[in-house]
Ligand binder design. Structure first.
Ligand SMILES: Cc1cc2nc3c(=O)[nH]c(=O)nc-3n(C[C@H](O)[C@H](O)[C@H](O)COP(=O)(O)O)c2cc1C
Length: 167
């Protein structure tokens, strides 16, 4: 693999921590927050991460996904307050996979990420967010060491797949 970019959008550091774990597991890769990443053009493989927000993808991430250069190999990762395995933990990744039709998606990874008690209380007031905020209190210890280890294993798997042209 020649050039690999790990880029992420993160408000409170959870997705950044996962991005750093992914970056640390790769032999040679650059890591940049999305706002500093510039065009993903020219990279052989791009890892793109984001938090699930309002059941969806943060807008700046959506913009990048829509404009992804065709043919680039990519992998997506996200963090979320909802329980691992619950449909609400995967909805944004599924949407992102549809938007990223420009690149060849090699895989996805997601794990839980904590919210402040204050954010939980505020968001929990709206019926739209009741279901996931109800689950999110128990995300308080995430991302934890096991999550970051899984993220590293994901990174190595994707790197290997990409080295074989994505097959
Ligand atoms: C405004 C806001 C909306 C959120 N919406 C969702 C959601 O719809 N579903 C969910 O599972 N988690 C949701 N979360 C939880 C975040 O996805 C989670 O805390 C994530 O790890 C934050 O990542 P960050 O620290 O990289 O910003 C929301 C958090 C905030 C602050």
């Amino acid at each position: 693999m020649k050039s690999i970019l790990v880029t992420y959008f993160s408000r409170t550091g959870n997705t950044r921590a996962v991005a750093e774990a992914i970056h640390g597991a790769l032999r040679t890769a650059e890591i940049r927050p999305l706002r500093e990443a510039g065009s993903p053009e020219g990279y052989d493989l791009v890892f793109l991460g984001f938090p699930v927000e309002m059941h969806s993808i943060p807008f700046p991430v959506e913009e990048v996904l829509r404009a992804f250069p065709a043919g680039t190999l990519g992998a997506l990762f996200s963090t979320h307050g909802s329980l691992q395995g619950h449909r609400l933990s995967q909805e944004a990744l599924e949407y992102a996979a549809v938007l990223s039709s420009g690149f060849k998606l090699l895989g996805t990874f997601h794990c839980r990420g904590r919210l402040s008690v204050r954010a939980l209380e505020e968001l929990g007031k709206s019926s739209e967010h009741e279901e996931w905020t109800g689950m999110a209190a128990s995300a308080a210890t995430h991302p934890d060491a096991a999550d970051l280890e899984e993220a590293r294993a994901f990174a190595r798997r994707i790197e290997m797949l990409a080295a074989h042209g994505g097959y």
